[in-house]
Design a protein around this ligand. Structure first.
Ligand code: DP6
Length: 361
């Protein structure tokens, strides 16, 4: 079994400079990661659909420097220096330092942008950390050409996880599971693994993200995860996530959209229920979130179309549905749901394949 030690780079050469550009998508969890142990080890396993259109595009220029004592980097967001993002990157680099000892030998110029609007309420930490990790692994591959493709992707996911837990699910695969569980033999707490046994019904699933509240998140995920430490229902919830993961992997393989809906909606509501029943307690939904959920339920029973919702730790609603129902569901969204979105904004996305290297010179 692969362990943390296998991710410590030791055999590598020197190069003067290297430039890469990688993209990584966001993802939407079906079974939610909520609660963690030390060193970004999840309290329970999770599984997500990888998105396609909501992504981060990150260029990194690595330039050899004289001193190897400290990290040195510049951070540009949409081409302009962005000081407030720097502490998070500094912390990330420090966390991964023992696995990527070569990083301190370079000055990094990180230039990043998202395809989705900034502060849309869509978390950019998953796609952002995944895109940065991919760039770092591209450098590692350059200085250690013996690195296998398998280890490349596992380590990219491992590094991304240390930046933000859910980011490890944005590296490779349409459906990715993270966290040791009995249903997926190769699953690990250290990195995300691709779940391949997906039925045709789920292969081109659609996700339309309704932007109900574009403001800053009321509670950061980090604070939310911490609240699970002293949570009265924590143990039961972690058990339930294991059960739901076992159920959903079977559902994804067999193509049962009705059963899919039950797990996915229950997971979303459970995540919010955890926040409502923690101390301190929070309500992350907005009135419009509830209006949308009720409209989806009505539309689903009236039209017999397997459309459902999920939520992340905020008020926005992800509407999930099979591609062959797209026309009808988009019409429904335009007719009945757009009124509940801030400035009528929504984003059409669908299941995607993961991160990509788009430039190497
Ligand atoms: C509700 O991955 O953002 O989206 O590890 O502290 O960075 P950190 O948390 P993060 O948590 C995501 C929580 C979630 C559910 C999920 O994506 O599984």
């Amino acid at each position: 079994m692969i362990s943390e030690k296998d991710f410590i780079a030791s055999n590598y050469s020197n190069i003067e400079s290297a430039n890469f550009e990688c993209t990584a998508p966001s993802n939407i969890a079906l079974v939610k990661y909520w609660g963690k142990k030390e060193n970004q080890i999840p309290a329970n396993p999770s599984i997500s659909f990888t998105l396609n259109n909501c992504k981060t595009i990150t260029k990194v220029a690595f330039l050899k420097k004289d001193s190897e004592k400290e990290f040195s980097f510049d951070l540009l967001f949409e081409g302009k220096p962005k000081e407030d993002f720097k502490p998070k990157i500094q912390k990330f680099l420090e966390r991964i330092a023992i696995y990527c000892p070569y990083l301190k030998e370079y000055h990094l110029t990180i230039d990043t942008q998202n395809t989705f609007p900034h502060s849309s309420g869509i978390a950019s930490s998953a796609s952002g950390m995944a895109a940065l990790s991919m760039n770092i692994m591209c450098l590692e591959k350059e200085i250690n050409p013996n690195l296998s493709e398998d280890l490349f992707y596992k380590k990219a996911s491992f590094l991304a996880r240390l930046g933000s837990g859910s980011a490890c699910r944005s590296i490779k695969g349409q459906v990715v599971a993270w966290g040791k569980n009995e249903s997926i033999a190769e699953s690990s707490d250290l990195f995300g693994v691709e779940f391949n046994a997906i039925h045709q019904n789920f292969k081109s699933y659609q996700d339309t993200i309704l932007l109900v509240d574009k403001g800053e998140k009321q509670v950061s995920s980090t604070v939310g995860h911490d609240l699970m430490f002293s949570h009265p229902y924590a143990e039961k919830r972690f058990e339930q996530a294991h059960d739901n993961l076992a159920k959903i992997t079977k559902i994804l393989a067999e193509g049962n959209t009705e059963e899919f809906i039950k797990i996915v909606e229950s997971e979303a509501l459970t995540l919010h229920a955890m926040m409502m029943t923690s101390m301190p307690y929070f309500i992350l939904m907005k009135p419009n979130t509830l209006e949308i959920i009720n409209k989806i339920w009505k539309f689903r029973s009236k039209n017999n179309i397997p459309v459902c919702f999920t939520l992340d730790a905020g008020a926005n609603v992800h509407v999930l549905y099979p591609e062959n129902t797209k026309e009808k569901v988009i019409q429904f969204i335009k007719d009945e749901l757009v009124v509940y979105c801030q400035n009528g904004q929504y984003i059409c996305d669908e299941i995607g394949k993961g991160s990509q290297l788009i430039m190497n010179n």
